[in-house]
Ligand binder design. Structure first.
Ligand code: BES
Ligand code: ZN
Ligand code: ZN
Length: 477
């Protein structure tokens, strides 16, 4: 969406981004206009002033000072979103963002906010032409920002948008098989090796968790393996990303009630996130060996569905007493996490819309995370979370919580008690790991019903920018 501009024409719509209006060049605004802008901004505590130039627009955007730099960047993303909304109201087709006083990161953040905030999911609207945003091109005029940085920003925002669209697709158009095909297409586009295990192969491998959840479905399950292995990776052992791919979660025989089922097409957001992250790092050409594992199925009610009390045998041989068929994510992820062992990974991270408990604990504002043997990696992830404003709340992972999933009839059961549901779910996953492990429960932020600035309504792609930033930092170590 963005491109570097060398010269602006008098015809362009402009956003002048500045921390001090007095720094604005007189070729953009007259002295009187600068005086007016500075008065409006200071007296009315506003951050934006709009000038009408006979149908062309000049928007002055003030950067608010913040003690912590990362908050300033987030303010710039949000400003980008509201400026985009303004320009769409004004039916503007293009705009050039002028970095008035050499603030590269802030300017990029503003453009990021414009790109992400402009996302629309109109596929199923008959009048999509009328509904489409007018703004379709953004230029950048900055001494500091290099072309390569703009290319990287385009890859990043494009990736987030892909993730959102996957999450927004309803199950009628996105079965496990269609999801796997989408992953294959992304692989072809970005040069990633993709293998999709079909139901026969999944049966031959005895992935009992994935097969159990799939029992109530008329559609077969899939297990997608994506591998980005560049010529000279900085890591000897791969980093593995595991994503929950429940394309629709009805709850199964423990059927979800009332409106708890409404948004359950989003239950594959973890898989979409991890696939998109690998897509992004491949297009960014990061020198890092990364493997993605995406088990996928829907969770339905049928005569043949798994029933509460059933005992199943997982891929690694663990027996599980299924006491609630709605706790299905951990069953398909358990298989993927034990499958990950064969790669002898240096780190495994999973992302999953795993528990309502995580969402209730911190809402849509962040990710609930837990860690085993990966304290340092978690520290880096927390830092990255601030930078991209996809923040992380670390929850305890004490061994006592593990006691809560012991079963009387099998090795473990798939639910704990009423307390700490996000942690007992994490403990269930950790049972299948013997490597440094980070669990990300994205149930809160993955899908929102109302637009929240540049996080548009529906799938948000929350976690994509976080993990791309994390992997960038690992690649640069
Ligand atoms: N997919 C849900 C979790 C979820 C809830 C995601 C709300 C997004 C928003 C998951 O499979 C589930 O149903 N979890 C149960 C677990 C319980 C039965 C132990 C839950 O959280 O209620
Ligand atoms: Zn469920
Ligand atoms: Zn689920």
């Amino acid at each position: 969406m963005s491109k570097k501009i060398n010269k602006i024409s008098l015809d362009d719509n402009l956003i002048l981004l500045t921390s001090d209006v007095k720094n604005i060049d007189l070729k953009y605004l007259s002295k009187e206009e600068i005086a007016y802008a500075s008065q409006v901004l200071s007296e009315h505590k506003k951050e934006t002033v709009v000038f009408d130039r006979l149908g062309k627009w000049v928007l002055v955007q003030l950067i608010k000072e913040e003690k912590e730099g990362y908050k300033r960047l987030e303010n710039c993303r949000k400003a980008g979103d509201s400026l985009a909304a303004r320009l769409n109201e004004l039916k503007a087709k293009s705009v050039v963002v002028v970095d008035v006083d050499g603030k590269g990161p802030e300017t990029l953040a503003l453009v990021e906010g414009i790109a992400l905030g402009s996302y629309q999911f109109l596929k199923y609207k008959s009048d999509k032409k009328e509904k489409e945003n007018s703004l379709s091109s953004v230029g950048i005029l900055s001494k500091l920002i290099k072309d390569a940085e703009i290319d990287r920003m385009n890859i990043l925002t494009d990736s987030v948008i892909r993730c959102r669209t996957l999450v927004n697709e309803p199950v009628s158009h996105l079965s496990a098989q269609v999801l796997a095909k989408e992953f294959q297409k992304m692989g072809e586009e970005a040069g990633i090796k993709v293998e999709v295990l079909n139901k026969n192969k999944i049966e031959a491998l005895k992935m009992g968790g994935l097969l159990a959840v799939n029992k109530g479905s008329t559609d077969p399950p899939t297990f997608t393996i994506m591998e980005w292995n560049p010529p000279k990776p900085v890591n000897k052992k791969p980093i593995i990303l595991v994503g929950k791919g429940v394309v629709f979660d009805s709850g199964g025989l423990n059927l979800k009630t009332a409106n708890f089922m409404d948004n359950m097409k989003d239950d594959m957001a973890g898989a979409a996130t991890m696939a998109t992250v690998i897509y992004a790092i491949a297009r960014l050409n990061l020198p890092l060996h990364v493997i993605g594992l995406m088990p996928a199925t829907d969770n339905r009610m049928d005569a043949n569905s798994i029933a509460p009390g059933d005992v199943i045998k997982m891929y690694d041989g663990t027996t599980v007493e299924v006491l609630n068929t709605d706790a299905e994510g951990r069953l398909i992820l358990g298989d993927a996490l034990s499958y990950a062992k064969k790669f002898k990974p240096e780190l495994v991270i999973d992302a999953a819309t795993l528990t309502g408990a995580a969402s209730r604990a911190i809402g849509r504002y962040g990710i609930v995370a837990m860690e085993n043997r990966a304290e340092k990696e978690m520290e880096l992830l927390i830092e990255c979370g601030k930078m991209v404003y996809e923040r992380i709340a670390v929850f305890p992972f004490w061994e006592e919580y593990g006691e809560l999933i012991k079963s009387d009839v099998a090795d473990i059961k798939n639910i704990g008690g009423t307390d700490a549901g996000m942690i007992t779910a994490g403990k269930f996953l950790a049972h299948f790991t013997d490597y440094p492990f980070i669990h990300l429960d994205i149930a809160g932020p993955a899908f929102i019903e109302k637009k929240d600035s540049y996080r548009t309504a529906g799938g948000t792609g929350f976690g994509v920018r976080l993990l791309v930033e994390f992997l960038k930092q690992r690649a640069n170590r």
